[in-house]
Design a protein around this ligand. Structure first.
Ligand code: 1GP
Length: 254
């Protein structure tokens, strides 16, 4: 199967370019909101649209994804909290294993149950080591996952977890403080993890301003994901994308 999204992620990482992704929670959008978000995302040069959430109550994932696809050509990547959040209308799917937790269901159990459905979706499947970092208060993901997040100041746990995920063959590491986290992930932890892995590093959870998005990229993030702050103020899309894309391209190490 072609890996267009992953190849684009790798190509950008190799060129030192950072990407900005907007997270769209299907529960919180209607047709008008999708039109607004996609219009702003196209104008701002958003790289990816993530669709999903730890707990999705509504039952209109297919419609949301199809509507986005009709509006723009930005790749749509599913970010599923449960195996039922699969839509064949998307471009790709983050196949998340919660490697920061010790809940076997989220490490491998639900994957086994949903494997035929995921395979037959025809989506580009991106194996992702998903790490939840303590964001200062319980978030939906920390509660629903029934797993302890990595403490915010334990950089060594984070980097060993990410290294293990990479050596197990995961093609992406996604560190998440959880949607609406009180405290986003600290730059020190991002830098520690980025220094020890070669696969692209995605950072999200509680990022509310372009300055933090910029600093995260300088610390080593390859992709910044923002959901909540944009739900509250869609105008932030432009500023966030500009901040992420303004990070100077680093000279590759020889
Ligand atoms: C959550 O990383 C995403 O899983 C985005 O978090 O909604 O806080 O931006 P926010």
């Amino acid at each position: 199967m072609k890996q267009f999204i992953y190849e684009s992620l790798l190509a950008k990482k190799n060129k030192g370019q950072r990407s900005f992704a907007v997270l769209i929670d299907p529960d919180n959008v209607n047709a008008g909101k999708i039109d607004e978000l996609t219009g702003l995302a196209v104008d701002a040069g958003v790289d990816y649209l993530l669709v999903g959430g730890s707990l999705v109550i509504s039952n209109h994932l297919d419609e949301v994804v199809q509507h986005i696809r009709r509006n723009c050509s930005i790749p749509v990547i599913l970010f599923p909290g449960t195996p039922s959040q699969v839509s064949r209308y998307a471009d790709g799917l983050l196949y998340l294993s919660l490697i920061s937790g010790r809940n076997p269901e989220l490490l491998i159990g639900q994957h086994v149950i949903s494997a035929p459905q995921v395979r037959s979706s025809g989506l580009e499947i991106i194996s992702t080591g998903y790490m939840v970092i303590d964001g200062g208060a319980p978030t939906t993901v920390s509660y629903i996952s029934n797993a302890t997040p990595i403490p915010a100041d334990k950089n060594e746990i984070a980097l060993c977890t990410a290294m293990a995920g990479e050596m197990l063959g995961m093609k992406l590491i996604y560190m998440d403080a959880g949607s609406g986290a009180r405290h986003p992930i600290r730059e020190e932890m991002i830098a520690a993890v980025a220094a020890h892995i070669d696969v692209p590093l995605v950072i999200g959870g509680g990022i509310r301003d372009p300055e933090k998005a910029y600093r995260n990229c300088k610390a080593g993030a390859n992709v910044i994901v923002v959901g909540n702050a944009i739900e509250k103020d869609a105008g932030l899309i432009k500023e966030m994308a500009a901040a992420v894309h303004s990070v100077p391209v680093e000279e590759p190490l020889l």
